[in-house]
Design a binder for this molecule. Structure first.
Ligand code: ZN
Length: 393
C-alpha cells in the first residue's frame, strides 16, 4: 500500500516546502521531498497546487453533523468523526458534558465500540471528561444538577471502569481537586483547569500537581477579581504567567480579534491548541438545535455562526469546524498560516502526548494529512494513508 502526494505546498508545519512530495507506505509517512521523486507502484494524488498539511487535531469537541457524543449511540460517535473529517480533522478527543454517572459510563462503553468501527472518520484519541467537578458560579452551559466536588470513591470507580480516558477537566479550587490532579497525573491522564473561579495561588498549586492545560481560555473562568480592596489574579492571568498550555475556541465569535492576538502574543504557537468545542449543530444548517443530550438538553438557536440561548443573552456552544479555526487565526488574528496550522496540529498532538506519531509531516509519523486551498477550504482528508474525504466526489 503505497501512496504519493505531489504538486502542493507542504506545511510541515515548521516550514513551507513548495512543490513538495509526500511518500506514504502502509499508512506511515516514509519520505518528505522537495521535488517529485520515483516511488514505484504507488497510487498518486495530485494536490493541484493546494496546501498539504498535517491533519487537524481537535482535543475538545462534543458533536457535529446533528450528533452529540452523549446521544447514547455508536452511530453518533461515527457520525461526528465523519462530519469533522470533511473539515480537515484527522484526530479528535470526544468530550462529555457534566451528567449522571450512568450516562457517563455508558458513553465510555460506546467509545470502545465506536473506536473499533471508525473506518471513515477522524480517529479518536481517548475520551475527555468535562466535569462534573466544577465551580457552580462558572458552570456556563453545564447542567447545575450534576455539578459536584471531586469524590475519590466516584472518580476511582470511573477510572477503574475505563482505560480510554485521556483527559479530564475540573475546577482546581474545589475541596479534593489537588488530590484528584495528582491521581490523574499518576494515571497519565491530562488534567485541565476548567469552569473555575480559582485565583493565582490556587492555579499555581494545581499546576504543580498535574493540571497543565487551561480549558477554553477566557470561557467560564475567573479573571482579575477584588476581595475587599485587594486585587487577585484569576485563572486567565495564571494561564498567561505559568508555563501552562491553553486551548482556545478560535471560531471568531467566542473570542474577538484583540483577545486572539493577545493570547497568541503571550503564549505563542507552541502553547496554544485551537479547539472547536463544537456541539451537535456543527456542519449543519443554522436554526434550532439542542445543546447536550436529546432527552434533557437545552434548546438553542444557531445563528451568526454560533449557538445562542433562545433569548440571545448568551452563547450556548460553538458550531465551528477545524478549518474555520485556522481561517480565523489567519484572517482576523493576523497569524501566519504556518503558526495557525501548527496550533491545529503539532501543538494539540504534543498536549495530548501523541506527537511521536502525529501532528507534523515528517517521516515515521502517521499519514494524517489535509489538503486545502488558499481559503483553507478542505479538498481532501487522509487518515493513516486512506482518503476519507474527497471534495471532488
Ligand atoms: Zn466543552
Amino acid at each position: 500500500m503505497k501512496l504519493k502526494i505531489i504538486n502542493g505546498t507542504l506545511i510541515t508545519p515548521y516550514r513551507y516546502i513548495r512543490n513538495g512530495t509526500v511518500l506514504i507506505e502502509d499508512g506511515i509517512i516514509v519520505g518528505i521531498e522537495a521535488r517529485d521523486v520515483d516511488f514505484p507502484d504507488a497510487d498518486v494524488i495530485d494536490a493541484g497546487g493546494h496546501y498539504i498539511a498535517p491533519g487537524f487535531i481537535d482535543i475538545h469537541i462534543h458533536g457535529g453533523g446533528g450528533y452529540d457524543f452523549m446521544d447514547g449511540s455508536v452511530e453518533a460517535f461515527l457520525g461526528i468523526a465523519e462530519t469533522h473529517a470533511k473539515y480537515g480533522t484527522t484526530a479528535l478527543v470526544p468530550t462529555t458534558l457534566t451528567s449522571e454517572k450512568a450516562d457517563l459510563l455508558e458513553t465510555l462503553d460506546l467509545y470502545e465500540k465506536a473506536n473499533g468501527l471508525n473506518a471513515n472518520g477522524a480517529q479518536f484519541l481517548g475520551m475527555h471528561l468535562e466535569g462534573p467537578y466544577f465551580a457552580l458560579s462558572q458552570r456556563g452551559a453545564q447542567d447545575p444538577r450534576y455539578i459536584r466536588n471531586p469524590d475519590p470513591a466516584e472518580y476511582e470507580e470511573v477510572l477503574a471502569y475505563s482505560s480510554s480516558i485521556t483527559r479530564w477537566s475540573a475546577a482546581p479550587e474545589l475541596p479534593g481537586a489537588i488530590d484528584f490532579g495528582k491521581r490523574l497525573r499518576q494515571k497519565g491522564i491530562l488534567a485541565a483547569v476548567a469552569h473555575t473561579d480559582a485565583i493565582y495561588e490556587e492555579v499555581l498549586d494545581a499546576f504543580e500537581n498535574g493540571y497543565t492545560l487551561a480549558t477554553h481560555l477566557y470561557s467560564a473562568m475567573s479573571g482579575v477579581t477584588r476581595r475587599n480592596a485587594f486585587r487577585y489574579a484569576g485563572t486567565i492571568e495564571s494561564a498567561f504567567l505559568l508555563d501552562m498550555d491553553v486551548e482556545i475556541i478560535a471560531d471568531g465569535v467566542h473570542l474577538p480579534a484583540p483577545l486572539l492576538k493577545l493570547i497568541y502574543k503571550i503564549k505563542g504557537a507552541d502553547r496554544i491548541a485551537l479547539i472547536t468545542d463544537a456541539m451537535r449543530a456543527a456542519g449543519m444548517p443554522e436554526g434550532e438545535s439542542t445543546l447536550g443530550s436529546l432527552k434533557n438538553g437545552l434548546k438553542v438557536i444557531v445563528e451568526d455562526g454560533v449557538a445562542k440561548l433562545p433569548d440571545r443573552t448568551s452563547f450556548a456552544g460553538s458550531v465551528s469546524t477545524a478549518d474555520r479555526l485556522v481561517r480565523t487565526m489567519v484572517q482576523i488574528a493576523d497569524v501566519s498560516l504556518l503558526d495557525a496550522v501548527r496550533m491545529a496540529s503539532l501543538t494539540p498532538a504534543r498536549i495530548m502526548g501523541v506527537d511521536q506519531r502525529k501532528g507534523s509531516l515528517v517521516a515515521g509519523k502517521d499519514a494524517d494529512i489535509v489538503i486545502f486551498d488558499q481559503n483553507i477550504s478542505v479538498q481532501k482528508t487522509i487518515v493513516k494513508g486512506k482518503v476519507i474525504y474527497n471534495n471532488a466526489i
